[in-house]
Every structure is written in C-alpha cells, then in structure tokens.
Design a binder for this molecule. Sequence first.
Ligand code: IPM
Ligand code: MG
Length: 398
Amino acid sequence: MDKNEVIKKAKEHFEALLEEQLDRVERMKVDQDWIDYSQQRPLVIGVVGGDGIGPYISGQARRVLERLLSKEIEDRDVEIRTIEGLTIENRAKLMETLPDDIFEQIKSCHLILKGPLTTPKKGDPWPNLESANVAMRRELDLFANVRPVKVPDQGIDWIFFRENTEGAYILGSKGLNVTDDLAFDFKVITNPGAERIVRLAFEYAKNNGIDKVTAVTKANVIKTTDGKFLEMARAVAQDYPGIELDEWFIDIMAAKLVDPKRRTQFKVVVLPNLYGDIITDEAAEFQGGVGTAGSANIGKRYAMFEAIHGSAPRMVEEGRAEYADPSSMMRAVVMLLRHVGFEVQARRLEMALDVCGQFEKKVVLTGRSDGATGAQLADYVMETLEDPELEAKWKGYR
Ligand code: IPM
Ligand code: MG
C-alpha cells in the first residue's frame, strides 16, 4: 500500500472512533439520577460464577451472602439469581464478548456478584476477544472502580477510586496496526468522565471526614489526557474547601506505597483507569495479596462486585481450584451489602474477615493442599460472623 493509502485508511479508522466518542460524551452529559436501591424490593442480585477459580470462590462468597441475608431472602425482599453461561468456552464458541441473552439476564438484576473472567490475549488458545470485564463496565456504565485496602496494624487505610470506563481501556481493543511496523493505541479522557470519578472521590472524603484526596497521573509526560484529568481534579477540589488535593505522578506514587512513613498518609486516591489497575494490585499486596482484595464497580443504574484478580487458570489445571482464596470475593460482598444499605451485615462481615484473615488466622490458605480450602475458610468466617463477641474481639486486636 502506498503511503497516502495507509494514511487514508488510518484516518477512516480514527474518524469512526471520534464519532463513537463524541456521542458517548453527549450521553454522559445527560444527567442521570442514582437509583435508590433501598427502595427496590425484591432486590435482585445476580451471581456470575466466572472462569477458572471463579466458580469456586464466588460459590463460597455466595454462601456467606446467603447466610447474612437469610431473613431477607426468606421474606423475598432479596432474590439471588444464578446467571449461567458467561464462560470463556461459551464466549469463544459464540465469538462474542458479552452474548446478548446473557447480557439481558445481567441487566434484569440490580446488582451483580461476579467471579473473575478470563481475558484472552494474543497467543492464547482462545480467540483474542475483548475482555468481558471491560465490556461489562463500559456497557453498564460502571464508571467507578472502588478498591479499599486496609492493614490496620500498619496504619494502612486506603481507598482507590479508579476511573473505570475510559482512559487507556476504552479503545484497548480498537487500536490500529497502521502498517506491519507501526501500531497505535488510543487513550481517551473526557470532562464528564473525569469529573464524575473525581467528584465521587471527594464526596467519599467529605462523608468520611477525610481532609485529603490524592490524584495520580503522569501529566508531566502524557500532557493532553492526563493533563485533563488533573485539571478536572483541581477544578472539582474548588468545591471542597476543607479537602486538600494532593498531586502525585504514578511512578513515584508506586515507589512511595512501599515507604512505611509516606504510605500511611495516603487515604483517598483517584486515578485514571490503567494506573488504577496497576496501583491497586500493588496496594493489595500489603494486605496479603490480590486474593484478599475486593472491588466495587459502581454506576448510577447498576453495580457489580468482584475480586481484583484474574481467573488463575493454572490453579485449575494443577487441580488446586478448591484451595483458592475466596477472601477477595467475600470482601466484594462487604462492598455489595454496604452499597445497598445493609450496613449492619456489611460491618459484621468486614470485622469477621479482619479477624479471620489478618488477626486470628486459625485457618490459613496456601493455594495448595498443604493449606485449607476456600470452603473451610468460608465456614470459619461464618462461625466468626455469628460469634456474639465479634465486635469486642475485633476491637481487641486493633
Ligand atoms: C482488574 C483486572 C481487569 C482489568 C482485567 C481482567 C481486564 O486486572 O479488574 O483489575 O485490567 O481491569
Ligand atoms: Mg487488575
């Protein structure tokens, strides 16, 4: 192909992306009210098992959820619905990231508890489909990925607000091989997209008496998109006079999370999609690894709760799936309960997870047969939950 021809094709590709993104910006500008889940009865919670270790760990998290909401389920105020078929085998067979009928079932629920889904990459035995996680977050407009990490005995109490629908992810499957030698990807930041995540972080700080929000970018180098994100953070900060905006670059932030003196000063952190992906895995490591960290994907209409890690197919291949740690999914259940107003249950589960996973540790998982199974951990958590002395016990450890 001659050069003019190459450029023409690239322009056409870019033009289609521009159309799509300009329309999305307009859609975001139409203000939508937050759905009030406390008014939804029955409240429908869909459970998507996921791939690899997903069905094992989400199964254990579901047991805990059902135990905590047993009364509400019995009274039909809450319905837990199984959503089948969102597996990599099925997606590959249909050559669809999010098969329509399954997506319709998902949308018929208010909330989703989801096990990890395999994200194919080049060279995998699977077709290189778009990540179903990324597609769900975008299609349900789950713009905030909220990821708390706490290590009470080290003074770590972080909550990350990761932008979840744009940044480096939104066109992650729509890059362009301009020629065999030249590849392009695109990163997108919009005013409404940046504003809504930054505002959520500031609102959280305000409602929880926290006087600082840390914004993380690489605005010194990625000047246009990260520049816009930072500019928006500064603009939103003007509306919160008692809350300081603390600006960091992603590289030094990654370093300072390891610095015991500095890291305890971070509280609420807001950041674009890819940086949030990377930093939250690092952060979770302090708490005991990604297997211990849960995540809430929040939008105005839907919300989805999941682990922060992947489907660990190797554990399944090696016959170790039942030893996978369901703590991440149980932490996701805490966030789900809290999101819809079951604060008492959320609090009890959170305390039980701290006691079982961080303080008492009577049941220890190693990911192998020399450790406990996920089911044994869930049993231990449920026993702890029901201990009338739980609150006192939890306080005693802190
Ligand atoms: C996460 C995961 C996903 C992401 C993958 C599975 C697409 O790493 O939830 O952090 O990159 O967002
Ligand atoms: Mg990740």
